[in-house]
Design a protein around this ligand. Structure first.
Ligand SMILES: [Zn+2]
Length: 683
């Protein structure tokens, strides 16, 4: 070996270390040649005169990537042992590549120089105390970096050129495969195709990725493994939200060839380690996009529509998707005062209101208002139903087509599962029939497998039968047409969910604005249609809850006349007999009468009997506050009876009155004159 004379007895007395490094697990798995050569270095060390027991192999860094030494335990161990001076020589396949970066190698070389450690590779022995060797190693290290850079550059350029022609092969998402000619085609497996197509169909129906997950409950989704022990195999697993998004966002399903959809960036984390993160690029920045490159599952236009829908669902990005609540204009109503979105707030028993939340940001303007949701909703729904008339039938027929195809999809998936189970059972049977009878152990295993496959087949058939039974019968076309002709009934039907109504609303109406209105009893609502047309509706603003509608005068007159001497219960009966209704059109109840009493200051009849008087009356006669009288009754100084209505009735006699007056006279607190008669204290 070149420079073998540089090895002295002093070096051989210390340990020789073979340092192994291979970046990724794939390199370890596929470049076995290199790994073998690295292990063979131990033999080289022995040939150079080290005793076999003094040769150590550090291979902890096999399969670890990273351009710094931070994660590589083996390299750290190597460095510390070199520093301690216990190592005579470090052997590597190519010393200039020992460390992944120049900085790592420079540190190793510096330590090796100080501790007189040799570095040995296929080219020879480097004694770093020798200036020539130091210089050569430095040069080689620089050149290897340059080589990496140039090679990477060439590879990237070649890759990019191939990508621009749409010929760079990348792993395809499930549902697409390369045919023998290298062209991208849809998967020949009908079950896989159906599963992928169903994701798109379910998204169209449900409108959200979570909706797709729900629709796939109990059903599995295929995944093709790349690399590793399962390479190329199809595996079925439950569908997750993340996978749905991956499928929906992948332009390959729209038949487009894309290169550079993601970029990797280096980041330094809090511990100072370099990490590589992957980020999606916005569509406008994709370096290569070739439309109509191969057959897809959706058209490019559909892909764009899905993208827009996903963005609208993304509340973190400002989207306001349809929610479950009853407030129809949720998500599309805007405050005309400040221009901000209005939130739909629910106040128990489903009464909602639209409220402008700009005051939170300090942007509230005098025009900002809140309004009861049903007032706006009724007006907007009215406008929508009026606008829908000419399109009734077309809409219903489109809906019918959608329902039928959805119906077929459900059972089609189960049918395909049965077919697959039958195929697998057949295959297990073939395998069993082909085994030699003498080979009993194998035959037993294969028989068990066949039985298992037969059981799975039976299960799949049962699932198919169940799926077909579970389907509700489809309404016939005539009844659908009849239904469509009466859209208002469909709109108000209890089976129509608020979500359905909101989706329908949003297909035609872009947004609704609560316009500023000087008259506080009115509300002005602006409707902007997707067509660009705009409507304005003025409605009566509903009174705030709690304020009764004005009661018609005959009923009021009766309550005014009889109220002071008639109890509320009797008034209810009386008003009902005469057929009087409240301003809101409901029969009078106790609460309504209390409101009228409150509004017109009509006193209730006194519950007191005979000589009894009320607290207010007693206070008036004594010239004190009612609180004093209440205090006496509570402390037992004055007798009182509580009426069924909860009011106090005080039996009043001249003696009682005299007692009370005496109490007032003696109380310094109540009687200022009494206070003055007290002796004043003088110093
Ligand atoms: Zn506002």
């Amino acid at each position: 070996m070149n420079g073998e004379h540089k090895i002295t007895g002093g070096h051989r007395a210390r340990t020789a270390v073979v340092y192994l490094r291979q970046s990724t697990l794939m390199q370890v798995r596929e470049h076995t040649e290199s790994t073998l050569r690295q292990y063979a270095l131990a033999g080289t060390a022995v040939a150079l005169g080290w005793a076999a027991r003094d040769v150590e192999v550090i291979d902890r860094d096999l399969g670890l990537s990273g351009t710094s030494a931070a994660h590589r335990q083996g390299f750290r161990e190597l460095m510390s042992r070199v520093c301690l001076g216990e190592i005579g020589a470090v052997l590597g396949l190519e010393i200039s590549r020992l460390g992944r970066s120049n900085a790592d190698l420079a540190r190793l070389a510096e330590m090796a120089r100080l501790t007189d450690t040799l570095l040995i590779d296929a080219d020879g022995v480097y004694d770093l105390t020798d200036f020539n060797d130091w210089l050569v190693l430095g040069l080689k290290s620089t050149m290897s970096q340059a080589e990496l850079h140039i090679m990477a550059g060439r590879l990237q350029a070649a890759k990019r050129a191939a990508a621009e022609r749409g010929e760079l092969r990348a792993p395809l998402p499930v549902g697409l495969v390369y045919d023998d000619g290298g062209m991208v085609v849809t998967d020949p497996d009908a079950e896989v195709r159906a599963a992928v197509a169903d994701i798109f169909a379910c998204f169209l129906a449900a409108g959200s990725a979570y909706g797709v997950v729900a629709a796939f409950a109990g059903r599995k989704f295929p995944q093709r493994a790349y690399g590793g022990a399962w390479a190329g195999q199809l595996r079925w697993s439950p569908l997750t939200h993340h996978r749905v998004l991956q499928v929906l966002k992948n332009p390959a399903y729209a038949g487009a060839y894309v290169y550079g959809r993601c970029v990797t960036r280096k980041k330094i984390d809090a511990d100072g380690n370099v990490r590589t993160v992957t980020a999606d690029l916005p569509r406008a920045q994709w370096p290569v996009l070739i439309k109509d490159h191969h057959p897809g599952y959706v058209t490019w236009e559909e892909y764009l529509a899905i993208e827009a829908r996903l963005a609208a669902n993304h509340t973190g990005g400002g989207g306001r998707p349809v929610r479950e609540g009853t407030a129809l204009c949720q998500g599309i109503i805007i405050c005309g005062g400040c221009g901000g979105p209005m939130a739909a707030n629910y106040h128990g028993d489903d009464r909602a209101s639209y409220e402008c939340h700009s005051h939170r940001d300090g942007k509230k303007t005098p025009g900002c208002r809140s309004i009861t949701a049903h007032a706006v909703d009724d007006a907007v729904a009215g406008a929508l139903l009026a606008a829908l008339t000419p399109e009734q039938v077309a809409l219903a027929l489109a809906a019918a087509g959608e329902v039928t195809s959805q119906h077929q999809r459900t059972s089609r998936a189960a049918e395909l599962a049965v077919e697959r189970a039958r195929y697998e059972a057949d295959r297990a049977e073939r395998a069993f029939s082909q085994v030699e009878p003498e080979n009993r152990l194998v035959a037993r295993t294969l028989e068990a497998r066949w039985e298992a496959k037969l059981a799975a087949f039976a299960d799949a058939e049962q699932a198919l039968a169940a799926a077909q039974d579970a389907l509700p019968p489809l309404p016939d076309r005539a009844s659908l047409e009849k239904l469509a002709a009466d859209l208002p009934a469909l709109w108000h039907a209890p089976t129509t969910t608020p979500r359905d109504r909101k989706r329908l609303l949003r297909t035609l109406i872009a947004d609704v604005t609560l316009l500023p209105e000087a008259n506080r009893a009115k509300a002005r609502i602006g409707i902007r249609w997707h067509t660009g047309a705009a409507d304005e509706i003025v409605i009566d603003r509903p009174r705030p809850t709690g304020v009764p509608a004005p009661t018609p005068s005959p009923a009021t007159g009766l309550i005014r006349e009889l109220g002071p001497v008639t109890s509320n219960t009797d008034l209810v009966t009386l008003l009902a007999q005469r057929g009087y209704l409240t301003g809101a059109g409901r029969p009078f109840d106790i609460k309504a009468i209390q409101w009228v009493r409150h509004a017109y200051q009509i006193p209730s009849p006194s519950p007191c009997r005979g000589t009894e008087i009320s607290v207010a009356e007693a206070a008036r006669r004594l010239g004190c506050s009612p609180g004093v009288v209440y205090y006496w009754t509570e402390t037992g100084q004055l007798d009182a009876r509580r009426s069924p209505g909860g009011r106090l009735c005080i039996p009043w006699t001249p003696a009682t009155e005299a007692d009370c007056r005496a109490r007032i006279t003696s109380s310094g607190h109540l009687n200022p004159a009494a206070r003055r008669t007290r002796p004043t204290q003088h110093r």
